[in-house]
Write a protein that binds this ligand. Sequence first.
Ligand SMILES: *[C@@H]1O[C@H](CO)[C@@H](O)[C@H](O)[C@H]1NC(C)=O
Ligand SMILES: *[C@@H]1O[C@H](CO)[C@@H](O)[C@H](O)[C@H]1NC(C)=O
Ligand SMILES: *[C@@H]1O[C@H](CO)[C@@H](O)[C@H](O)[C@H]1NC(C)=O
Length: 480
Amino acid sequence: MGQPTLFCLATICVALLLSSKASGRGSGNDSLLYHHLFDNYDVELRPVAENTDILMVEMGVALTHIIDMHEKHQTLTASLWLTMGWNDTHLQWSPEEFGNFKTITVPSPKVWMPDIVLYQNVDPYFDGWSHRETYVKIHDNGYVLWEVPAVIVSSCHLDVSNFPFDTQACQLKFGPWIHSGFELVMRAMAENGSLEGFIQHPEWRVLYFKATANMIWYGEDFNIGTPYADVTFTLGLQRKSTFYVFNLLLPCLLLTFIMAVTFFLPINSGERLSFGVSLLLSMVVFQLVITEVLPESDKLPWIGRYVIITMILMSFSLAMTIFVMHVCDCTVSVEPLPKWVREVMLKRLAKVMLMGDLSKNLRTIETDDSSSKIELVNDISDLTDTLYANNSSVHCGLQKDVKLTDWYAFQTKMTSTLHDIERKVNDVLDIMRHHQRHRAYEKEWRSLAKVLDRIFLIMYILVAGACLVSFASNTSNEPG
Ligand SMILES: *[C@@H]1O[C@H](CO)[C@@H](O)[C@H](O)[C@H]1NC(C)=O
Ligand SMILES: *[C@@H]1O[C@H](CO)[C@@H](O)[C@H](O)[C@H]1NC(C)=O
Ligand SMILES: *[C@@H]1O[C@H](CO)[C@@H](O)[C@H](O)[C@H]1NC(C)=O
């Protein structure tokens, strides 16, 4: 491109600019007013009469929609209508001079704008409102009104410890970033933010939306400390908990309840164990659901704690079931119960557990245990001895001619046979008695298992109940 062409282009541009300027200069009252206002206006300077004057900016916010409340990221995404107004001393006129024009609307870059920002903004694509091409409305007394709709992403500390019965307070703090409190102060347009166009949110109910003006000292200006003004809108929200009650809390409670019922299943049926394990698994699923919703913080919400405690209880009760099954497994235990165990568990604790004195019916077996053996031989020899003693009076009936020696032989034979019988009978008795004792021990161990089972059931119910009660009291303490 040659130099003449460049020159040509420049001339055309200048001509175009001039012509546009000339054509823009209308002849109406609005045009007159525009040039009256802006021909000598410095858009960069704070619009105050004296350098030491403090400019007041008022601020109002209308909440129209809560787009998202993200517990995990701790952010609130909402749609807002922002309103700001201030008095610009350089933008005043008397309407009579300009055909009763009381207001004029101009693009916002034409006038001085406060550098208001949202302190908690976390939207990476957002860099302030002042740069955006919006319009402002100027009144004849110098009042400039600036309105802008905005979708904000604000960080908000969400305390979910009472989930799903929680209330949250999100602060939206609007203030100038660089103008200190000596240059610019702020006030709220109304006591409350506006909820006029608010679309109801399915999960959150708005409790309040109040505005407060603050002046906060920050020590960044050479550590002297400078006040900065802001208006803070506090949005109070309450979670509508019905959804979570039905989808999270109720199933959890049901599982806890069913787990308690498993204690009534027969101890040595394997069913109990597998049933408990499947309950534990479904609890794990609920825990996953909860961790999906809630932030990964060290402060666990109540419901999470409840689920975890229930899981611990369930695991414990499963372990206890296995232990009880082991205790009850009578092929292993041929030993009698230790005395103190019988005393403490079967007598005292069983009574406490309303099961009666379980040691009573066991003691009877113990006492007649060392009862007599059958002693046939002694009896027989006694008998024969007496027979001898009264030999003369013995009439052996048909066998009168039986010799005394034969009688002796018969007697010894008989005695040895009887001995055999006696031994065998006693053996059988021994086995029977052993068996009986074994069964008694078995019964003892089984009673012990029952007592342990009952203890664990009561422990389970107590802990689960205590958790529930503390849960209920925790949530009822919440305001709103
Ligand atoms: C603007 O000026 C008017 C009249 O002087 C006054 O009533 C109003 O409060 C001022 N507004 C602000 C934001 O300073
Ligand atoms: C300005 O308004 C006045 C009063 O309404 C009118 O008489 C006058 O003609 C207007 N001027 C122009 C340039 O339109
Ligand atoms: C502001 O909100 C609070 C709480 O919702 C309410 O009690 C108060 O009346 C409201 N104030 C105005 C001026 O509406």
